[in-house]
Structures are given as C-alpha cells and as structure tokens.
Design a protein around this ligand. Structure first.
Ligand code: AGP
Length: 372
C-alpha cells in the first residue's frame, strides 16, 4: 500500500532514501568512545582471528559485489590474502579450506541456497564461517559460527540498495576489526578510517540531495539498448553493480568492465553516442589510477561515447571529457563505493520507470533465491 511505501511510488525509492539511516544504524554501537571497534558480537575468539591465514568471501549478485570491495579493504588493512568467489561456483571446484581459513558469507536475506551450500561446505572442511546478514534468525546466520548483522531494516524491492550499502559498512568493520585485532602497520590509517566511517552517512545524504540531474539524464536514455560501466580499483565492483541494477530493472544490455581492460577488448564496443558511465577514483590517494582513468575517458570519448562521469567534488581533470558530470563528496579511497553507488541506483530506477517497467518486482526475478 501507499502507506507502507512511506509516500514513495516504489519500495525501491523508499529504500534508496533510507540509506543514510541504514548506514548509521549499521555502525551504531560498534565504535566506542575512544574510536576503537567493539565487535564482541562476532563470537569468534580473537585468538582464532589472529591465526587465520586466509579469508574467503562467498556471496551472490549484489552481495558478491560487496564481497569484491571487501577484498580491497581486507587485504589493504590486514595484509591477509582474501579470495572472493561466487557462492554458486565455490563448492563445485573443491576449494582449499582449513581451520586457518575464515569464510565470510554475505547475504541480505540469509536464505540464498547457493550461499548456504557454500558455507556448509566450508564448515565441513573445518573453516570458521562469519555471516554478514540483514535478516535476523535466518538460515545463513543460524548455520554460521558467528554473525555480524547489517541493520538496513526490511528490504522489500527485489533490487538490493540499502542492504548493499550496509553490507559494505559491515565488510569495512570486519576488515578494520581484523586489522585492529591483528595489529597492522596501518594502525593510524585504521583509526582515521573509523573516524571517516562515522561521518559517511552524511555524505550519502548529500548525494541523495543532488540526484535530480541523474533522473533527467536517465529519462533521455530510455530508448537506448546498451549502457556500459567502467571503474577501477573499488570502482570496478561499483561498475558491475551499476550494470546489474540496470539489467534487473531496465532490462537493458548493461556491462561493467575494469577500465584497465578496455584496450584488451571492450573498447571495440564503443560507437557513436553509446552511453558509458565511468566511476572515477579520487585524485587524492591513488592518483596514478585517477590519471589512467582520465585518459580512458578521453579515449572512449574520442571514439564517440557519451561519457557519464561520476567524480569527486573538486576533480577538475575530468571536466573537459565529461558529457555529463555527476559529483560525489570526497571520501577515503576505499570508502568511495558508499557514495558512488547511489547515483547508479537512482539511474537504474528512473530508467526502469521511463521504460514502463515494474520497479519493485522485475520480471523473472525473486527477492531471495532459495533454490540452487
Ligand atoms: C540484487 O539486486 C539482486 N536482486 C540479487 O543479485 C541479490 O543480491 C542476490 O540474489 C543475493 O541475495 P542475498 O543477499 O539475499 O543472498
């Protein structure tokens, strides 16, 4: 009913708007007064967390994109090798697992069969499993050794939005916690990121306030067949997520690529007026990547692409090559997905509406996939 949707036309719009609160709720009570993480709820002894020599994350769909981003954070902050695998592929290839492997299963619903089967397999091999889940008491957390709940609140729309942002927050918390417990050389950076996380809900709110041009742009693209998405570093999974949202909702051909792969094939797809969304890393931090992506934008635009550029405020280098410029607030490099994903959600939702599609219940899809 209209009341359930809180005055919005679709649950998806309501859930997009709820993201600042969802993010803040997922952080609530997990950072103490001194700026350290208190994740006692993760009932895996710190002794065990100190001894693990590998992290493996399994998930499907949007949760898999959160996992890909988690890998960058975990490896950077903890120096523990991290693998990420689609849950549906995992157990069928006899993965190498033992008691020193921490397996993380990410699932909004907690009922996804592929993810459940993957975690059962991991536990049979003696690995500890930590669930990151949004649904209290669901099967995946019940069958795991420990759970870190995301506090997004119920997500009704089939296309995942607020659950994704809170999965990212939970992944950052786990990565930072592992860093804290194990003591890495990134101690100062870890403390700084914990501070930055505390203000990230405000940044998400800020992005939400600037989405009208994104909606306008989406409406002008309603008759297109294809949209491509490019990103690099943590922007790569964001590009994949933008493409998945567009497939699910707008039923358009959408593909995400790692920008560095362009010259290895995908650049052949570029033709006159093809919309290409590019997620640009911060010019601060890993600025080499920034410069490389700017030249990618130049290359595709020279071949006729219509460039839709998502870039940090104050990033002037992209201006000459952006047909459409979407600004996001500055964040630490690894946290950028929390703000960069939001315009892509709004874009997909508006395109779906413009194409007359059912936003909350896309064709052929179910909210949770309880068969393998
Ligand atoms: C996201 O928009 C999708 N509907 C889908 O990819 C989803 O993320 C996937 O099925 C995993 O679901 P889960 O998080 O409930 O396990």
């Amino acid at each position: 009913s209209a009341a359930e949707k809180g005055g919005y036309d679709y649950f998806m719009l309501k859930e997009i708007a709820e993201q600042p609160k969802a993010v803040a709720d997922t952080l609530l009570g997990r950072i103490d007064g001194s700026g350290s993480l208190t994740l006692d709820e993760v009932r895996i002894p710190t002794r065990v967390l100190r001894e693990i020599d590998k992290v493996v994350i399994v998930a499907c769909g949007t949760a898999f994109h959160a996992a890909m981003i988690a890998k960058y954070a975990i490896e950077h902050w903890t120096r523990v090798p991290c693998e990420v695998e689609l849950a549906s592929e995992f157990r069928y290839r006899d993965p190498i697992l033992d008691a020193q492997t921490l397996v993380i299963a990410i699932s909004q619903s907690g009922e996804t069969m592929d993810t459940l089967m993957a975690l059962r397999h991991a536990r049979e091999q003696g690995s500890k499993v930590l669930a990151i889940c949004n649904t209290n008491g669901s099967t995946i957390p019940r069958e795991s050794d420990a759970v870190l709940y995301t506090h997004a609140g119920p997500e009704v729309a089939v296309a995942s939005t607020k659950a994704f942002l809170t999965q990212l927050v939970a992944c950052y918390l786990v990565a930072l916690y592992l860093g804290q417990v194990r003591g890495t050389k990134w101690g100062d950076e870890i403390r700084a990121v914990i501070r930055d996380l505390s203000s990230i809900a405000g940044a998400v709110e800020q992005v939400l306030g600037t989405m009208e041009p994104v909606r306008e742009l989406a409406r002008t693209l309603a008759a297109k067949d294809t949209v491509l998405f490019l990103g690099r570093h943590v922007g790569y999974p964001v590009a994949l997520e933008g493409a998945l949202k567009l497939k699910e909702l707008a039923y358009m051909h959408a593909e995400g690529f790692a920008a560095g792969e362009l010259k290895h094939g995908p650049i052949a797809l570029i033709e006159e007026d093809l919309p290409v969304v590019v997620v640009v890393p911060s010019p601060r931090g890993r600025s080499v990547l920034h410069d490389k992506i700017v030249s990618n934008i130049q290359e595709i635009r020279a071949r006729g692409a219509r460039t839709i550029v998502i870039a940090e405020e104050g990033d002037e280098a992209v201006v000459p090559y952006a047909d459409h410029l979407i600004r996001i607030p500055a964040t630490p490099t690894l946290l950028q997905p929390l703000v960069a994903t939001v315009p892509l959600q709004v874009f997909a939702c508006e395109l779906a509406t413009a194409r007359g599609n059912e936003v909350d219940q896309p064709r052929n899809l179910a909210k949770s996939v309880t068969v393998e």
